[in-house]
Design a protein around this ligand. Structure first.
Ligand SMILES: Cc1cc2nc3c(=O)[nH]c(=O)nc-3n(C[C@H](O)[C@H](O)[C@H](O)COP(=O)(O)OP(=O)(O)OC[C@H]3O[C@@H](n4cnc5c(N)ncnc54)[C@H](O)[C@@H]3O)c2cc1C
Length: 405
């Protein structure tokens, strides 16, 4: 039976994350938005030490476990919502295996999971990242031009990756790694695409640029060049054989876990804006009446109730997608539904919040304008709104990607 109830000790831990968001993230939120490319080291080191001490892994990482491993994904999205309510950029900047870890967890062997992820529970802060997007390919991930050629007991990787979240932190700090998507056989199309773990310090991997961005400015987004970059044979995730029947289902499996996490990020930012508007209305003695038919409500009441409704719908879809993954069910459709709904909801909610507050919403005096800037990325990375709608349509209507694109 579907069940979103957390055990009491999990509820207690979520309260701790809520406190972290309120007392540690919010106070430095504006500062690290304005000081893009600078890192809040004290905060990052405190978070790393605290999560390793508690033995549960870094927040948002796939190592995290709540009331037992069976609720791991659900717990991860619940903590993600709490922390992104604090600050989405700082959340993304946290040291953890991140999207790279999700890729290892989804496509790696048990031995690879142990080898690449265990270091994330000890020592100094570490980062993982995932590099799919290239100058000529993003949404159309089948068009990947980066190559991985076998040379004796190594893979030789060549290509350029752009917009890699935490790419610079992963490449620059010992123990970090970047999971790189590359083709081992261009003639095989999608089936030739495999993912490779490239550890920090591998020669031939260079951070070429770090982007200046609209939002999530505390998080680094890097361009990374791979020039005859060599990794051992056992750094390929999944099977090295090209299986034309199976396509690139192994590498795509990563999205089943990561799309609900991005949806949860969206919900955290949306909830921040909604809470702010609620407090603002209360302080200005504007009450929202529930249970009336829409034509009897004021415009503000209608807008506010619609914002709340959209957030709840997005949250339920997201929890369902994560719950299905925990239950060992195939959730690609539900993961895309959650991502598409939450990405759209957060852009609408934060924009409406700015609108309802007028000049105060637009001013840098409050964080509402920042949340509007932080919101949009959730509708872009891990598959844009349009791409997720395409996936949903294909799955519901039974079309292949060749038939509906
Ligand atoms: C801050 C940030 C962080 C990122 N982090 C990462 C990361 O860690 N790793 C990584 O690999 N990538 C990352 N990305 C890249 C991101 O995932 C891609 O930008 C995204 O997938 C879109 O791909 P694209 O850039 O090729 O855009 P395009 O595919 O060129 O899309 C442009 C527009 O066209 C639309 N479009 C494209 N194809 C279709 C279609 N068939 N039908 C309808 N509309 C379509 C898109 O929806 C979009 O609106 C990040 C990007 C940003 C901005």
């Amino acid at each position: 039976m579907i069940d979103f109830e957390f055990e009491p000790q999990v509820v207690e831990r979520l309260q701790i994350y809520r406190n972290v968001a309120e007392q540690m993230m919010r106070p430095i939120s504006r500062e690290y938005d304005e000081r893009e490319h600078e890192k809040p080291w004290q905060f990052l080191e405190t978070m790393w030490a605290a999560s390793n001490l508690s033995g549960e892994g870094q927040p948002g990482s796939r190592k995290q476990s709540g009331g037992g491993n069976e609720a791991r994904n659900l717990y991860t999205i619940a903590t993600t919502e709490e922390l992104t309510w604090g600050d989405a950029g700082l959340f993304l900047a946290l040291p953890n295996a991140g999207l790279g870890g999700a890729a290892v967890a989804a496509a790696g062997t048990p031995e690879q999971k142990q080898r690449f992820l265990a270091p994330f529970r000890e020592g100094k802060p570490k980062w993982g990242a995932m590099a799919i997007t290239e100058p000529g390919c993003g949404s159309d991930s089948a068009a990947i031009a980066t190559t991985a050629a076998r040379d004796g007991d190594q893979w030789v990787i060549n290509g350029t990756k752009i917009f890699c979240t935490s790419g610079a932190m992963a490449a620059d700090h010992p123990g970090g790694f970047i999971v790189v998507w590359a083709t081992v056989d261009k003639s095989a199309g999608r089936a030739g695409i495999k993912s490779f773990v490239v550890p920090h310090g591998t020669s031939g991997m260079t951070v070429a640029r770090v982007e200046n961005k609209l939002g999530i400015r505390a998080s680094d987004t890097a361009m990374i060049v791979f020039d005859n970059c060599r990794v051992p044979l056992d750094h390929i995730l999944g099977k090295p054989e090209v299986n034309r029947e199976r396509g690139f289902k192994d590498v795509m499996a990563t999205f089943d876990a990561t799309r609900p996490i991005v949806a949860a990020m969206a919900i955290g930012v949306g909830r921040a804006a909604l809470d702010f508007v609620r407090d603002f209305l209360r302080d200005h003695k504007v009450s929202v009446r529930y249970g009336l038919s829409p034509h009897r409500l004021t415009a503000v009441e209608r807008d506010f109730i619609e914002m709340e409704m959209n957030l709840k719908v997005a949250r339920l879809l997201t929890w369902r997608a994560a719950w299905m993954l925990d239950a060992g069910r195939h959730n690609s459709l539900e993961a895309s539904m959650a991502k598409a709904k939450a990405g759209l909801a957060v852009t609408q909610i934060t924009q409406k919040a700015v609108e309802m507050l007028g000049p105060l919403g637009y001013s840098r005096q409050f964080l509402v304008e920042k949340w509007m800037r932080d919101a949009k990325i959730n509708d872009i990375f891990e598959g844009t709104q349009q791409i997720n709608l395409l996936i949903i349509a294909r799955r519901i209507l039974g079309y292949s990607s060749r038939e509906l694109n």
